[in-house]
Design a protein around this ligand. Structure first.
Ligand code: PAF
Length: 323
């Protein structure tokens, strides 16, 4: 009887043991994202995975992996060792300079403005620029608006920031902004941030509420100021050779899965921003809500003048005027 049971079990498992026939052939994709799976970026990546696997009835399988070094992820997509990444624009301007326009501080009024511009022809045109750099820009997702944390003091004005070492992303526009505000920007990958804060290599950092909550930055930083000094887009980037292998119908399914990922990511950022400040207070952070935003904008005047010259000023104007 035992022999019979083993034989029946083996027969039931047989279809799974057989190599897939041509009709059933599966394509494996690897998608990397920063931060834990249970974060706005993890939710974006896992929604893409579930959607693509569902839409293609399992012909595509997606493996999601965490990697907190975003520059490394973009390089891996470019050389094809991974297929796609969900990354902030932090390091992306070093590959596709046109992206830098979206990293300008105080450019977007709120999430509706930012999402509207990125989904409009302006955002789509910038996605089109990735091709010339050996990358495919698929869809804009986001981190939300960035805020400042530090271990030293409450920050209300640019004067309070003077002399503080602030970790920034490897992003020219952000570094220029912090230098102009009198801080000492120290660029590094996110994977190096927690030890740098623990060891006092830097006094502070800046990230959206979604990131600060997901990564427990409250454990190494006492003060948070709700500066909302810059919107932080994320973008899904894929390897061009992989995209070229998709037939037309699969390309449409791929886009649909990316749009589902975008909706899930944005909904999660909205929820994190709604609940996150109270959560950070509960975790013991001192939350500074009184921010002299006008003083920060005035102090940034020399940097704004430089970006008018070095970035596409006509598009900057179109973004500011967008309603
Ligand atoms: O600070 C960064 O490097 C980015 O905001 C992060 C946390 C990797 C998310 O894109």
């Amino acid at each position: 009887n035992a022999t019979r049971r083993v034989a029946i079990a083996a027969a039931l498992l047989l279809p799974f043991a057989l190599p897939p026939s041509k009709a059933q052939a599966q394509t494996q994709l690897t998608v990397q994202h920063a931060l834990p799976l249970d974060s706005h970026t993890g939710v974006g990546a896992s929604t893409f995975k579930t959607a693509l696997e569902r839409l293609t009835a399992g012909r595509y399988r997606v493996a999601t992996q965490r990697n907190d070094n975003e520059r490394e992820m973009v390089e891996s997509v470019q050389i094809g060792t991974i297929d796609c990444t969900f990354t902030s624009t932090g390091p992306v301007g070093n590959f596709v300079p046109e992206v830098r326009i979206f990293d300008v501080p105080f450019l977007f009024r709120d999430a509706t403005h930012a999402r509207g511009v990125l989904d409009s022809e302006i955002g789509q045109q910038v996605l089109g620029r990735f091709n010339a750099r050996g990358l495919v820009g698929v869809v804009w997702i986001e981190n939300g608006f960035r805020n400042l944390t530090n271990s030293r003091r409450e920050i209300h004005t640019p004067a309070d920031l003077r002399g503080l070492k602030i970790r920034t992303m490897e992003n020219q526009v952000h570094m220029r902004a912090f230098t102009t505000l009198g801080a000492l920007p120290t660029p590094m990958a996110f994977s190096e941030l927690i030890p740098a804060l623990q060891q006092g290599t830097v006094d502070g950092q800046e990230n959206p509420i979604s990131v600060i909550v997901a990564n427990n930055i409250n454990q190494v930083q006492r003060y948070i100021t709700l500066t909302r000094h810059v919107y932080s887009p994320q973008v899904m980037i894929c390897n061009p050779a992989m995209v070229a292998r998709l037939n037309q119908a699969d390309r449409a399914l791929f886009q649909q899965a990316a749009r589902e990922a975008q909706a899930a990511n944005r909904a999660r950022v909205t929820a994190d921003e709604d609940a996150g400040v109270a959560e950070l207070r509960r975790r013991g952070m001192t939350v500074v809500t009184e921010v002299d935003t006008a003083a920060f904008q005035t102090a940034l005047a020399p940097a704004f003048a430089e970006w008018e010259r070095t970035l596409d000023s006509a598009t900057l104007r179109r973004i500011r005027d967008w309603r």
